[in-house]
Design a protein around this ligand. Structure first.
Ligand SMILES: Nc1ncnc2c1ncn2[C@@H]1O[C@H](COP(=O)(O)OP(=O)(O)OP(=O)(O)O)[C@@H](O)[C@H]1O
Ligand SMILES: Cc1ncc(CO)c(N)n1
Length: 271
């Protein structure tokens, strides 16, 4: 039976992040992708030129259309922009008892544009976090959610524990923003133990949409029935291949290569 995943996020006209990154990733991992668009951004590799929120009723109707017909096996949330949207999405997850919820607490695009209003942080913490199978903040997002500054790996562990206490079943604090290191370390806390996922830092400016792609890969794997740890392992390989074999598109921070992972697997299978 085909597995289905839903992304609730913003559209990136440039195609490297947001809804577009999520759907490409679902497709590459053999999962049927669906989308609820919360906002439309005018965006390219140089930055975000405009943000246009979809009216709340439009978001609610998209959610209902999907719930009534195409039940997803896993869901991810990305750019939600304001607290009304977060309320609606949280109610949808609870009402339909949606399983396997990946919360990517998107706040700021790489160029600095705000993708979440300040007033929405409270709703994100209080309403959505407790519904998360896994929450996937980068370091600045984890700091905003907890109010704790992260410098060392011990700080990161403390913050992961706190996010678990705040309600997320599993916490993944990504290492992309840990500039000092050659090694890229992502830290997972499952409520009992820590797991680390390491890779070499790839020297490239083409990292637009890495967070969206990574969390979408986790979502696709959860939809297919993987455990969280197994899902993260695949997602790490997926994002590593996507960054390593970047496409060199655009004049700014280019997108990653969403087809690199599958193409590499096919190459290995043919050998
Ligand atoms: N230069 C890099 N080399 C290797 N892996 C990287 C690199 N940059 C990011 N990653 C990996 O990509 C994944 C996403 O991490 P990152 O911290 O970049 O997310 P993010 O900041 O949420 O992304 P975004 O800016 O798209 O929101 C993590 O697994 C991280 O380790
Ligand atoms: C629509 C959208 N969602 C998320 C991100 C974060 O990468 C982005 N740049 N744009």
């Amino acid at each position: 039976m085909v597995k289905k995943a839903l992304t609730i996020a913003g559209s990136d006209s440039g195609g490297g992040a947001g809804i577009q990154a999520d759907l490409k990733t679902f497709q590459e991992l053999d999962v049927y992708g669906m989308s609820v668009i919360t906002a439309v951004t005018a965006q390219n590799t140089t930055g975000v030129q405009g943000v246009y929120k979809v009216p709340l009723e439009g978001i609610q109707e998209q959610l209902q259309s999907i719930a009534e017909d195409l039940r997803p096996d896993a869901i991810k949330t990305g750019m939600l922009f304001n607290s009304d949207t977060i309320d609606a999405v949280s109610r949808f997850i609870e009402f339909y008892e949606m399983k396997h919820v990946v919360v990517d607490p998107v706040m700021i695009a790489k160029g600095g544009a705000s993708l979440l209003q300040n007033e929405a942080v409270k709703a994100l913490k209080e309403k959505l976090l407790p519904l998360a199978t896994i929450v996937t903040p980068n370091i600045p997002e984890a700091e905003v959610l907890t109010g704790i500054k992260i410098v060392t790996m011990d700080d990161r562990k403390q913050v992961a524990k706190l996010l678990h206490i705040m309600g997320a079943k599993t916490v993944m604090i990504k290492g992309g923003h840990d500039q000092g290191r050659e090694e890229m370390i992502d830290l997972l806390y499952d409520g009992q133990q820590f797991h680390t996922f390491s890779s070499n830092r790839i020297p490239t400016k083409n990292t637009h949409g890495t967070g969206c792609t990574f969390s979408a890969a986790i979502t696709a794997q959860l939809a297919k029935g993987s455990s969280v740890v197994q899902a993260v392992k695949v997602a790490k390989d997926f994002i590593q291949a996507a960054i390593e074999e970047d496409l060199h598109i655009g004049s700014g921070h280019g997108p990653t290569n969403h087809w690199a992972y599958k193409r590499n697997k096919v190459k290995i299978a043919i050998k």
